[in-house]
Design a protein around this ligand. Structure first.
Ligand SMILES: NC(=O)c1ccc[n+]([C@@H]2O[C@H](COP(=O)([O-])OP(=O)(O)OC[C@H]3O[C@@H](n4cnc5c(N)ncnc54)[C@H](O)[C@@H]3O)[C@@H](O)[C@H]2O)c1
Length: 292
């Protein structure tokens, strides 16, 4: 299976990072979003990451220029996927949206194309059932920020073929990632553990055990976590984390019941860095400010 062109659907936090590693990995990359504004922002942000990479000596100037030439944007799904060998969707974490998208992709993408979801938790098998090509449907779970995080969690759904898994691993390697392959299970390995830690941190904040700042500090300095749970959820997006928890609660039971305080933050629009405020506040230059 030869992969040359990758379509990335959804130009939010994750889609833009996946498009970056895809273009840098040598693939013709078509980044699509229903919002032209998001696409323009994504294109500018990807350019800025390349500029920073060149300035710090992590990316060669010529590699950055070539990668930007390989990056294209599209508003319609048809334009994005018509010549794709691999489609990676990174639209919001809602199963009905993903199922509808996979049904459309089955019609619009070439018959040989692998269809991958970057879902953090949902069932790839359910998405595959909306298509006529279940052996070509797979999970490719990247981590935020994609250009810095080493792991790619590849998820084998009920009918994913070995050839599809091998193709995804080869793509992951070309994108500079280390891969682990897991059998489909709610939240896979990473989201299941991370959701539990993050939710428990919110319960502690709700109970007044410590401030958000001190809970973060305790996990970083006492348990050697590179980021505190609140810093991390602000990066991930509280809405995304809440969707994951609701799904894990439905599928794995009571220990994943979302903390009411997290529900309140989401209701208040405190969605994290992307909204300018989450558990912490982010003034224009993106620096963390204040305690919760
Ligand atoms: N945020 C994280 O840290 C993280 C990490 C790993 C995986 N994920 C997963 O990645 C996916 C995307 O998350 P995100 O944080 O990038 O979300 P996001 O809200 O930042 O971006 C989603 C983008 O999808 C676009 N969109 C909505 N409907 C669309 C459609 N039908 N077609 C094309 N584009 C559409 C939106 O305009 C938006 O730009 C989710 O499944 C999430 O669980 C997120």
């Amino acid at each position: 299976m030869s992969i040359r062109t990758i379509a990335v659907l959804g130009a939010g936090l994750m889609g833009r990072g996946i498009a970056y590693v895809s273009a840098l990995g040598g693939y013709t990359t078509r980044l699509q979003d229903t919002s032209r504004e998001q696409l323009d922002k994504a294109h500018a942000e990807i350019g800025a990451i390349f500029e920073k990479g060149v300035a710090t000596g992590k990316v060669a100037d010529s590699a950055a220029i070539d990668a930007m030439k390989r990056l294209h944007t599209a508003v319609t799904l048809e334009d994005a996927v018509k010549d794709a060998d691999l489609v990676i969707e990174a639209v919001p974490e809602r199963i009905e949206l993903k199922i509808e998208l996979f049904a459309k992709l089955d019609q619009l993408a070439p018959k040989h194309a692998v269809l991958a979801s970057n879902t953090s938790s949902l069932s790839i098998t359910e998405m595959a059932a909306a298509t006529t090509r279940a052996p070509l449907v797979v999970g490719m779970h990247f981590f935020n920020p994609v250009h810095r995080m080493k792991l790619l969690e590849i998820v084998r759904a009920l009918e994913t073929s070995d050839t599809t898994l091998q193709a995804c691993e080869a793509v992951g390697l070309a994108m500079g990632k280390e891969c682990v392959t897991v059998r489909e299970s709610p939240g896979f390995v990473t989201s299941r553990i991370n959701a539990l830690i993050g939710n428990e941190a919110f319960y502690m904040l709700q109970e007044g055990v410590a401030s958000a700042h001190d809970i973060d500090k305790a996990l970083k300095l006492g348990l050697n976590h590179p980021m505190g749970p609140f810093e991390l959820v602000d990066l991930v997006g509280l809405d995304t984390r809440l969707s994951i928890l609701r799904f894990l609660h439905r599928t794995l039971g009571e220990k994943f019941r979302p903390c009411p305080l997290m529900e309140q933050y989401v209701a208040a629009g405190r969605l994290g860095r992307k909204a300018g405020r989450g558990v912490y506040e982010y003034p224009e230059h993106g620096e963390k400010k204040g305690k919760a």
